[in-house]
Design a protein around this ligand. Structure first.
Ligand SMILES: C[S@@+](CC[C@H](N)C(=O)[O-])C[C@H]1O[C@@H](n2cnc3c(N)ncnc32)[C@H](O)[C@@H]1O
Length: 277
């Protein structure tokens, strides 16, 4: 039986029990992104989360392969434009100020900027500088912030959004980030998280099956028979998102959620309400 020792078997059982007892959130692993196979060009780890350094190295590879937004997969572009249109609709004809956190290559931001951005205060932020190669030709450099969240100036916004970013951040860091961003909201302003890694609540049986699969993969990896890929982050369900926003200081009546029409993204928004009307 593959030369499995009792010790290895015990390690798998302990791993499973740990997942089971802690009711651990679903973890995500990735082997490629934008058709770039990580193992061909990047140091990957199934234990260490893809951090800013990983994204920097990734984006350097990305720009070796792609020259313009139109080179990217049409379905991906459609879904990001759909999201951008949703944000544009939220703004409507209001003169709102806007901040995007973790904009990546800035495709959503380019669409917003091309459509209404020049009339608004629209700042963008990203932790990995190389990601901004294209978008910095579209958006004025004074509206671009690079690095940890503390690089943001002492400015407030009506709308702050994160698209497909939260999954790369653990619960505590996400709560801290949302608290800091909440301080940057004008009264009545909204923080919106657009999730790219949403899962429905799992039944106990689904959870056990999933945790069993994870334990087997962990075990096979331990035997060098499988690689889970790069540790990519966390998949969250509705209840988990609500808890996080409440821990970040948003009050239940000021939280709303839903799905982006025609898209797949779950969104959850917290509104800052300091004045009583
Ligand atoms: C999946 S991409 C999403 C990019 C873009 N927002 C979009 O919707 O296409 C995730 C981005 O989040 C950035 N990121 C990762 N960790 C972050 C953090 N702690 N704070 C802010 N951005 C982060 C990464 O550099 C990456 O560009």
């Amino acid at each position: 039986m593959l030369g499995i020792t009792q010790l290895q078997l015990a390690a798998m059982v302990i791993y499973f029990l740990q997942l089971f007892m802690r009711n651990t959130m679903q973890l995500m692993y990735a082997k490629n992104w934008f058709n770039i196979q990580f193992q061909d060009c990047l140091p990957i780890s199934s234990k260490q989360l893809a951090d800013g350094k990983f994204y920097e190295l990734f984006y350097i590879e990305f720009f070796k392969r792609y020259q313009r937004y139109d080179d990217l997969d049409a379905k991906w572009r459609d879904s990001k434009r759909n999201l951008a249109n949703y944000i544009i609709n939220i703004i409507g004809s209001r003169n709102l100020s806007l901040l995007s956190i973790g904009c990546g290559i800035g495709y959503v931001e380019k669409h917003i900027h091309d459509t209404i951005g020049s009339q608004l205060l629209f700042d963008i932020h990203e932790i990995a500088a190389p990601a901004l190669r294209w978008i910095k030709n579209e958006i004025d450099h004074k509206n671009i912030y690079v690095g940890e969240i503390d690089v943001l100036e002492d400015k407030c916004y009506d709308l702050i959004y994160l698209s497909a970013v939260d999954s790369a951040i653990n619960d505590q860091d996400l709560i801290d980030l949302m608290r800091k961003l909440s301080d940057k909201l004008n009264d009545g302003g909204q923080l919106i998280i657009f999730s790219a890694a949403f899962s429905n609540e799992l039944s106990q049986m689904q959870r056990i099956i999933l945790q069993l699969k994870e334990s087997i993969k962990f075990f096979l990896e331990h035997l060098n028979l499988y690689h889970r890929g790069q540790f990519w982050g966390w998949i969250r369900n509705r209840e988990e998102y609500w808890k996080l926003l409440i821990k970040a200081g948003f009050k239940k009546p000021n939280i709303s959620d839903g799905f982006v029409p025609n898209g797949q993204e779950y969104w959850i928004a917290g509104q800052k309400v300091t004045k009583s009307y």
